[in-house]
Structures are given as C-alpha cells and as structure tokens.
Design a binder for this molecule. Sequence first.
Ligand SMILES: Cc1cc2nc3c(=O)[nH]c(=O)nc-3n(C[C@H](O)[C@H](O)[C@H](O)COP(=O)(O)O)c2cc1C
Length: 314
Amino acid sequence: MDLYFGEGMLSGMNNLDMSVNIAGVKWKNPITTASGTFSVRESGAFYDLSELGALTTKGVSYEEWEGTATPRIAETYGGMLNSIGLQNKGVGPFIEEELPLLKKYDTPIIVNVVGKTIEEYCRVVERLSETDIDMLELNISCPNIKEGGISFGTEPKMAFSLVEKVRKITKKALIVKLSPNVTDITEIARSVEAAGADCLSLINTLLGMRIDVAKRKAVLANRVGGLSGPAIKPVALRMVYEVRRAVNLPIIGMGGIMTGEDAVEFLMAGADAISVGTASLIDPTAPLRIKNELREFMLEYNYKSIKEIELLEE
Ligand SMILES: Cc1cc2nc3c(=O)[nH]c(=O)nc-3n(C[C@H](O)[C@H](O)[C@H](O)COP(=O)(O)O)c2cc1C
C-alpha cells in the first residue's frame, strides 16, 4: 500500500489552518499577488492559481491609459525601479477580457483601481461593483490632476474625500493601498479608516531614481520611478508595524517579500495577509513557493493558525 501524505492530509494531521478572513472575505491562505506584477495569462501557465489566497489584478482605470515612455524599468541594488505609468486598457475591456479568465480559479478576486480624479475612481468602482469580483483595492498613490498633481495618498484630507466618496457607491469590501512616500503613514491610515475603508494594504513603491553617468541622464525616461523588491523590505515592515498600532483594520503587507520567512516577518509585524510582487517578476511561481515555505515554517514551529504568528509582547 502506498502511503500518501498530500497537502490536505498533512495539514489535517497537524490541524494546520492557513485560512484568513480579510474584511469578511475568506481566503484559504494569506498569500496574494501584488498589483501590477502578475497576469492571469502568464502566471496561470506556470501553476494552478487556485492555490493562492486571492488574486490581485493590476490597476484598472476608466478609459485606456497608455503608460509612460521607455525606458521604464531599471535594476537597482536589491530591487528595481519602474515607471510603467499604470498602462491598462480600461474597465470595459477588463470586464470583458480579463475577468472571465480570473473567474475560472477558485479564489477571491481583488481588482486594483486607479484614477486621475475622484470622479474617475468612482466611475471605475461603479462598473466593477456590478460584477462578481470579491474586493476592490484603491491605489491612492495616483496624482490628482485637479489638485496640481499631488498624490491622493500623501494628503490626509484628499485621501479621506476619495475614500468617503467611493465608500458611498459600493458594498464590495474596500481595501485602500497606502503610499510610503509620506512623513507619517499612520496619519493617512487613520484618515482612510475614518472614511470607511474595510482594509489597508501597504506599501506601494518608494520614489527613487538612477542616473546613467556616461550619458549624464536619468536612466528612466520619466526620470523618477517606484522602487520595489528586497531593498524596501525594512521600510515596509516598519510601516506595517506602525499602522498596526494606529488602526483596527485588517492589513495586507507587502514590499520585498521573497521567501516564506519574509512573509512571517510581515505577519509578526501585524499583517493579516501578504502580497508577493517583484519576486514574481524573477520567478512567476514565487507566490506558490512562498505559500509552501510559510506552511513549512508553521509545521516546524508548531503554529496551528495564521493568527498565532505574532510578535512577543515586550
Ligand atoms: C512593475 C510593477 C507594476 C506595478 N503596478 C501597480 C499597480 O498597477 N497598482 C498598484 O497599486 N501597485 C502597483 N505596483 C506596486 C506593487 O503592487 C507593490 O506594492 C510594490 O511593488 C511593493 O512590493 P514588492 O516589493 O513585493 O514588489 C507595481 C509594482 C511593480 C514592480
């Protein structure tokens, strides 16, 4: 007789429960994809996406956004810079072409929403609220063109107005994704909690730059871009830790997660779930590997549930 200890049996034997409840939505494990670093067609060719806790799409705007000029990617020590400019086809083509592919998988779908004005965010949210997606993630790092291009996510009052308006037009679970390019991230976190957010995700990329010294020019056509990858992990962890102490909302942590141990650090800092971003650009199966490494960690240290993974009280 063959003895088979598949994932289910092994989990059962150890009473291991990796599931989490994020703003009323049940995820089978705490791992999702970070917006913009995953595509259902490409990643879906490498592994069964139903293995993940949730799938997060790239930013969706109301109409098509063309994105910025190239070069728009540059490598850096321990990370990368990007200035893709949230290129996407708009909410109509997203609902017709992408959503049916995502719905084939047995896991919640989170749609990341972008806009240049509050009205644009609201139009996208209205359209998506008529579909059977599970959660919305507002990327509030976009510049507000009606306010001189200041990012919604760097000004507490502007962030409040945006979230308050969106909250009124949707019953979907509402995640607000915070920008790290601020002096005090807890101020923005408190403000979007007061405006009715159900969950926070953090961090988005940190503004950065590289220079080609031979050409005496910035490497990116846009000159500056968003820094992601392991280089930002300590900053991201510190921000999750601070925000955990400032609000009562569930937190999806991200920023440079490359291994199961990195994921554990975020859970201990106070995250309820985590997203894998830049790691997927190196290895498309990274989210699945990180999930498996997290399970191995739980077995090794005898954790029975994700909630038990926390810092010791000082
Ligand atoms: C190429 C690229 C595209 C991204 N696109 C989006 C996006 O559309 N919306 C968004 O909220 N964040 C976007 N991000 C930010 C990531 O979702 C994530 O917050 C950030 O990269 C930090 O995580 P990481 O270090 O694991 O990549 C993008 C990041 C990268 C590298």
